[in-house]
Design a protein around this ligand. Structure first.
Ligand code: TMP
Length: 253
């Protein structure tokens, strides 16, 4: 059988050519990295959990009219997505201070912010994904002023949706990162949510205990990452208990 064509390999996912023009297959790996891949580990079952969780969030967004790249899940580790031109920015929305914002501005982690704050980071591993302003984005042509308006509106809609979904299962959405892509419908271009939405790209704190249920568990050595993600999936009713550990790669290949 001919090997399918690999389009791109990142730290946590691989993109393959899709079955039809304009589609890609997004494969979720078990690799976890932090601090620009200085820290790396393989967490059995993480890819399976993130595939399911990203499916859950993207399907919900599609259903409320927020366009995403997600078409359908194909199997335990793969989903079919719409191909798009990724805008080279990480769009972060913060509801509470944490992580780099707390470090940069000296605000205690967990401090509520007066309103959601949208930030942009230029996607460039060599530079360590630096924080950039709308001025940089417009001046260097990474996105137009119209794109920026659309990106803020998409990011805030994702924030409202995700905050509500997480709050319903006793989890605080502290912050998250999305990536946005451009698609062309005839002569028109529009922006859609791409990449993934998972505990790799969000900060999720238990509402009662403050327990971390996201990649900070790995970044800060706070415990078992797979247990944390399984707990998120369990609360959302996304996967039966132990499904991730029951489908370790050697068992599903
Ligand atoms: P930060 O506080 O480290 O800037 O992270 C903000 C949010 O963005 C947090 O939810 C984690 C997420 N994030 C990523 O998804 N990828 C990254 O490379 C980084 C640095 C953060």
């Amino acid at each position: 059988m001919a090997r399918r064509k690999k389009i791109y390999e990142g730290k946590a996912k691989i993109l393959y050519e899709g079955p039809e023009p304009g589609t890609l297959v997004q494969y979720f790996k078990d690799d976890a990295t932090a601090f620009n891949a200085e820290k790396h580990d393989v967490i059995d079952g993480k890819g399976v959990l993130n595939n399911r969780l990203s499916e859950f969030f993207m399907t919900g967004l599609n259903n409320i009219g927020v366009p995403t790249h997600f078409i359908r899940r194909l199997n335990m580790r793969e989903q079919l997505v719409r191909a798009c031109e990724i805008i080279p920015l990480e769009v972060v929305v913060r509801n509470f201070a944490a992580g780099s914002m707390s470090r940069r501005l000296g605000i205690d982690e967990g401090t509520p912010l007066p309103r959601p704050i949208v930030e942009y980071y230029f996607k460039d591993d060599k530079l360590g994904d630096p924080l950039v302003t709308e001025e940089h984005i417009a001046a260097f042509g990474w996105a137009s002023q119209q794109d920026l308006d659309d990106m803020v509106s998409l990011a805030l809609r994702v924030n409202d949706f995700l905050s509500g979904v997480m709050m319903a299962v006793g989890i605080r959405l502290v912050d998250f990162k999305i990536e946005i892509g451009r698609v062309y419908d005839g002569d028109f271009q529009r922006l859609i949510v791409a990449d993934e939405i998972s505990p790799d790209s969000c900060r999720l704190w238990d509402l009662q205990t403050g327990q971390r249920l996201d990649k900070d568990v790995f970044r800060r050595d706070l415990g078992d990452l797979s247990d944390a993600y399984t707990e998120v999936a369990r609360r959302l009713g996304v996967m039966p208990k132990n499904a991730a550990t029951a489908t370790k790669p050697h068992l599903i290949n």
